[in-house]
Design a protein around this ligand. Structure first.
Ligand code: SF4
Length: 694
């Protein structure tokens, strides 16, 4: 404030980092943000924020911002700056030529969980209506796609059940595969507050996360399971609940499908699901599993919060269903203080999925093969739509390498750095005839692009984000778009250049169209958002002001559906050559691949990714604190500095992925979730060796 002067006015908007969706007051001097202050009226954050959000405005005006459209005929040529009109016409011509040569299905696009709902909706509309296929996918593919599948199969809706505030009423909090104090700091603080008030804590995680060190909290149970054994653990907890008659039979009888329950009951009570049978698989003592099961089942209100440590596995969807089974069996659904709560990593993962980014679903999770739903879209969009699901991101890469997929539009996502098995991704991107990248910085993906279009940051546009509690928050423009256009305007221009007419004068009109086509959004409008501050969907005739707690009376599928969750070991196994298991996560001051946080004033807190390992693993290999280590997996090799600590258990190592040098995705494998293809980032067998400084 001292350097930049006193603010003259302020604008309320929403943080564009994690799925908490904190509201901020951007204090301005002219077109410049002087500082970001957590907004007292913010319904998700209640006047709190974390260090990332406070400094977020720094990257918006960073010197590395792409502000001019650029094109080139092939990826070995230098970029040529061109006008927006030339860039759009060049893109449309290349996309059309690709389809003429290779067919309608040869192109597609990827939407971003960082973009607004309105932008995301328009990109999938562009692909379905102007490209004429369903080859649309989202970066949620690589994080929470199993949440969508698992929760829809069991509870009937692809979303978490509670408000964040609901944790105030929890008596027992089960955190699985998540590190809220680093990855969702404002919610992490709410959790800590409730723990200090006496709620019980159970953490299922290979690492001893900071939540376990909450001051004045005693008796927490840590289940330090071996990476890749989540389903074994959740089945063992459920087995204990049923074997010891701890279930809520009244809830099961009243709210759940009887046949599904009976089938599940017989399955879960099999001896091979017992804690004793699962102890050698999970590495967690059976007595601790039983203690945790009793604690959760006997609590008045038991709440489950989970993160990517659940979803990014070959059994990610199975594990989400296993978590829902626990909540159904104990009646922990449909009121405050309970529920199943995915902690979404990115600001708009929920919205990106809601807006129809997936290749099999139109907005509102309406399947493309549903001819009644498709008919509504065909009428409003004035176009015939494809009824076959399109390609998922990994299918796009495989088809590109096979020479069948040749063109891609990527908005706001660095797939070359974010997706697993980097060598495979780069090979796919190199084989494209037309790659259009729209981003705020020259990212790794843009190195393979033919068109580079400036993206706008959250400070440069109007729209909405939907956070992890289904809360639709307004994003308000506080400064002009540095590239001259907001993202939704670029998509509109591209659609028109391709011959599919699109016309909107403001994102509020896009939201009106979304509301007219999406059953859970029919009551949503910018006017209502102004009146209420935010809205939690479903918001429709049954819930005119939105829905803080889901499934209070019934489920969208009628009865709760128990799912059979057979544990199957991942194909990624340790061996003499690769004796350690690597898992990954985030730290407080950085966000994802760090493209934004590394360009803000908080970046100096963490200037490199390191490899964390247990002292016994270090001693065995003669590794000292700070040594450089070569890390080799079956997929690749990278080099990181050693950080020896007791947060890790022997045999498991850990790294973050916030810096390009980390190479975390160079060494992760091609394994993925059986239902959704979400990559198995959390289990990679590796070997370590000391190396000289790279
Ligand atoms: Fe809030 Fe998450 Fe932004 Fe931090 S990063 S201010 S917790 S939304």
């Amino acid at each position: 404030v001292i350097e930049m002067g006193q603010p003259e006015h302020s604008v309320i908007t929403t943080c564009a980092y994690c799925g908490v969706g904190c509201s901020f007051k951007a204090e301005m001097k002219g077109d410049k943000v002087v500082r970001m202050v957590p907004y007292k009226g913010g319904q998700a954050n209640q006047s709190h924020s974390c260090v990332k959000g406070r400094f977020a405005f720094g990257y918006a005006t960073h010197k590395d911002r792409i502000v001019d459209p650029m094109i080139r005929d092939d990826i070995h040529q230098p970029w040529r700056k061109v006008s927006w009109q030339d860039a759009i016409e060049f893109s449309a011509k290349k996309l059309r030529a690709t389809q003429e040569t290779y067919g309608k299905q040869s192109i597609g696009g990827i939407t971003s969980s960082r973009c607004t709902n309105e932008e995301t909706y328009l990109v999938q509309k562009l692909i379905r209506a102007a490209f004429g296929n369903n080859n649309t996918d989202t970066c949620a593919r690589v994080c929470h796609s199993p949440t969508g599948y698992g929760l829809k199969s069991t509870l009937g809706e692809s979303a978490g059940t509670q408000t964040f505030d609901s944790v105030k009423h929890s008596d027992c909090i089960l955190v699985i595969g998540a590190n809220p104090t680093d990855a969702h700091p404002v919610f992490g603080s709410m959790l800590r507050k409730r723990l200090r008030q006496g709620a019980k804590l159970i953490v299922a995680d290979p690492r001893k996360i900071d939540l376990l060190n909450t001051p004045h909290v005693t008796g927490a149970i840590h289940l330090p399971l071996r990476p890749g054994t989540n389903v074994a653990l959740v089945n063992a907890i459920a087995h204990t609940i049923m074997q010891e008659d701890l279930q809520d039979q009244h809830f099961i009888d009243a709210r759940c499908d009887d046949a599904a329950f009976k089938k599940w009951q017989a399955f879960i009570l099999e001896d091979n699901n017992s804690p004793e049978a699962m102890e050698p698989i999970t590495g967690v003592p059976a007595a601790d599993i039983r203690r945790a099961a009793r604690e959760y089942a006997k609590a008045g209100n038991g709440a489950i919060y989970y993160g990517l440590g659940v979803t990014e596995h070959s059994q990610g969807s199975t594990m989400v269903m296993g978590i829902a089974n626990l909540a159904l069996a104990t009646g922990n659904i449909g009121r405050e203080g309970v529920g199943v709560n995915p902690l979404r990593g990115q600001n708009n993962v929920q919205g990106s999925c809601d807006m129809g980014s997936f290749p099999h679903e139109l907005p509102g999770y309406q399947h493309v093969s549903d001819h009644i739903a498709r008919g509504h879209f065909e009428k409003v969009w004035n176009v015939k739509l494809d009824h076959e699901p399109g390609l998922r991101i990994p299918n796009m890469f495989d088809a590109a390498i096979a020479g069948k997929f040749k063109g891609m539009y990527v908005q706001g996502e660095d797939i070359a750095q974010s997706d697993p098995n980097t060598h495979h991704v780069e090979k796919a991107l190199k084989s494209l005839d037309c790659l259009i990248v729209q981003d705020i910085f020259l990212n790794e993906t843009a190195k393979f692009a033919h068109v580079l279009l400036p993206d706008s940051t959250f400070l440069e546009k109007n729209g909405t984000f939907t956070n992890a509690e289904r809360r639709i928050n307004r994003v308000r423009k506080v400064m002009p778009a540095l590239g001259g256009k907001e993202d939704w305007q670029v998509t509109v221009d591209l659609a028109n250049a391709l011959g599919y007419p699109m016309s909107y004068s403001h994102p509020s009109e896009i939201m009106d169209e979304i509301a007219s086509l999406t059953p859970s959004f029919t009551g949503v409008s910018y006017q209502k958002l102004e009146e209420q501050g935010s809205i939690q969907w479903p918001c429709n005739a049954q819930h005119p002001n939105g829905t803080p707690t889901m499934h209070e009376v019934d489920f969208p599928i009628g009865k709760g559906n128990f799912a059979i969750t057979q544990y199957l070991a991942t194909e990624e196994k340790t061996s003499r050559r690769f004796p350690l298991l690597l898992t990954t996560g985030r730290i407080l001051s950085q966000y994802n691949v760090g493209a934004q946080t590394r360009r803000t004033d908080n970046q100096t807190w963490h200037d490199e990714d390191q490899l964390e390992l247990h002292p016994s693993d270090a001693e065995l290999r003669g590794i000292k604190q700070g040594d450089w280590l070569g890390i080799t997996s079956r997929a690749g090799h990278t080099v990181l500095r050693a950080c020896i600590n007791e947060r890790m258990q022997p045999g498991v190592v850990y790294t973050t992925f916030h810096h390009p040098h980390s190479g975390a995705n160079v060494i992760t494998t091609d394994n993925s979730d059986w239902a959704t293809n979400c990559p198995e980032y959390k289990v990679t067998a590796v070997q370590l060796e000391k190396v000289s400084q790279p």
